[in-house]
Design a binder for this molecule. Structure first.
Ligand code: ADP
Ligand code: MG
Length: 485
């Protein structure tokens, strides 16, 4: 992209407020189901309806999930938590307030490192993560005379991850979002599904001249629900703000809507019109104390994070970053790998097989590794047979593994033997094959003896055919060279 002279003078500055819907079974303050996609108002009770006298009761799982993501984002965990009421009036908020955490969020001061397309990494500060409940949904387009309200979503647990204004481009914003999505899935905190709204964000955007320390006035674009919308909104706002400032105008701090169809933003309200939420501590909910023991237990149960897994795989098996990412980002593949690992003699072979031929095979059949009938231990056995030169890799993959799938016989080595797939150890037999082939090519044998070593491949290929592929190519080479001396 070539920037106009004005655009090249400015840099984009952005911080995101990322809402993540937690994948708990029940809502944050009631036993109502938190699942997506039910019939309207199917998952509600007195609490979701805010009937007088209905009292909230905290779902402990919500705290545990928030801590997990907080730890993954290198945050400090606040062990004393309060809930606050954020007061506003709207039809899909029957209580007249949303329960949230105002100035004592559960996680603070973290950071996340994201990878950019050019291979560099960027560190983005996490200001805080707080807990809150979602509101219901107003539906305005189903009836001309009425608006409808669906309260299934009311009370579904959310965390809001607030970053520092460290983002400098749309690319960094999408890299951050995909990293967060990857982490919440890896930690089983959320399904991270942007289409269904489980992951959505508000983007705060300002500009400043390159070299300037001070931040410019920001605008906040609300409710961006796809990676693409985030990028489009950011680029649009950047260009718009540069234009305003270049023309001598001023940016007014405001909240903006995003129009996905046109890729544009439009004003919703300015700071002067902003709601006064009159936050105060919710008297219905006691402070939540996270004990040292509980925190320690959650810490001890944290899985290794994808970035850590990548680093370990790269250093231990010297595989490429891209290959390491395949394992780090695919829990099922990683599980398979870990289950096979103890049984495999050469660990590097296991990574090679899974990245190479097995991945190709699964792709071709369009199946996931969890649906692959070869057990990890059977895979390890097959790999060991190849590494021990008992069977060729080609026969193992093309004949042995399919036979294992079909026969349901657990012992891979036994099956290979029964099916006569093992490399022939019968040197006499090989010897006779070699004689036969060399007899077929008297001219080529002469040529070889005169120094035309290239014909060796022809001999090896033909002997291999006679041996039905069941020969170790290297050994065969040696035997033939010996014979030709
Ligand atoms: P508030 O309390 O008014 O919501 P915060 O300080 O919590 O403001 O910031 C909200 C979000 O706005 C954060 O993600 C932060 O990184 C971002 N932000 C703050 N200042 C700027 C700025 N000048 N330009 C872009 N983003 C900003
Ligand atoms: Mg804010």
């Amino acid at each position: 992209m070539s920037l106009g002279t004005n655009e090249s003078k400015y840099e984009l500055v952005s911080g995101l407020e990322i809402h993540v819907q937690l994948n708990t079974n029940s809502k944050i303050f009631s036993a109502d189901s938190a699942s997506f996609g039910g019939l309207p108002n199917q998952n509600i009770s007195t609490v979701s309806l805010a009937l007088p006298g209905a009292l909230p009761k905290l779902n402990k799982e919500v705290i545990a999930k928030a801590i997990r993501i907080g730890l993954a984002l290198n945050c400090s965990i606040n062990q004393i938590n309060h809930f606050d009421r954020k007061n506003y009036f709207y039809a899909d908020l029957p209580k007249g307030y949303q329960i949230t955490q105002d100035n004592q969020p559960i996680c603070i001061n973290g950071f996340v490192e994201v990878e950019l397309a050019d291979g560099s990494t960027k560190k983005i500060g996490i200001n805080r993560i707080h807990l809150e409940e979602d509101a219901g949904k107003s539906i305005h387009d189903q009836n001309v005379n009425y608006s409808l309200v669906d309260l299934n979503r009311a009370g579904v647990p959310l965390i809001e991850i607030v970053t520092e204004p460290d983002i400098r481009s749309a690319e960094e914003a999408s890299a951050l979002l995909s990293e967060i999505r990857k982490l919440v899935r890896h930690l089983n905190v959320s399904d991270g599904n942007m289409e269904e709204g489980s992951l959505r964000c508000d983007a705060n955007i300002s500009i400043r001249e390159f070299g300037s320390e001070a931040y410019g006035t920001r605008c906040e674009v609300k409710n961006l629900n796809s990676m693409r919308n985030v990028r489009t909104a950011m680029n649009f706002e950047f260009t718009r703000q540069v234009e305003v400032i270049s023309n001598g105008g001023k940016i007014i701090q405001s909240t903006l809507n995003f129009d996905a169809e046109h890729g544009t933003t439009s004003p919703m309200r300015t700071k002067e019109e902003a709601n006064d939420y009159r936050y105060f501590a919710d008297p219905d909910l006691p402070p939540v104390q996270i004990s040292d023991e509980w925190l320690a237990k959650i810490k001890s149960e944290m899985p290794i994070l994808p970035s850590e897994i990548s680093k370990q795989l790269i250093s231990e098996f010297s595989i490429s970053k891209a290959d390491a990412a395949l394992f780090a980002e695919d829990i099922d593949l990683l599980n398979y790998f870990n289950l096979a690992l103890p049984n495999v003699n050469n660990k590097k072979s296991l990574t090679n097989w899974l990245i190479g031929p097995i991945r190709a095979l699964l792709n071709e059949r369009e199946i996931a590794i969890v649906d692959y009938k070869i057990k990890p231990s059977q895979m390890a056995d097959a790999i060991n047979l190849v590494d021990d030169k008992k069977i060729t890799q080609q026969i193992a993959i093309q004949q042995l593994l399919p036979a294992v799938e079909e026969s349901q016989i657990a012992d891979v080595a036994d099956l290979a033997k029964t099916l006569n797939l093992l490399i022939t150890e019968n040197v006499d037999e090989l010897d006779s094959f070699i004689d036969e082939v060399l007899n077929n090519y008297p001219q080529q044998v002469m040529a070889y003896k005169k120094g035309k070593k290239g014909v060796l491949g022809l001999f090896v290929g033909d002997v291999m055919k006679l041996a039905k592929g069941k020969a170790d190519a290297k050994k065969l080479n040696e035997l033939i060279i010996e014979k030709l001396k």
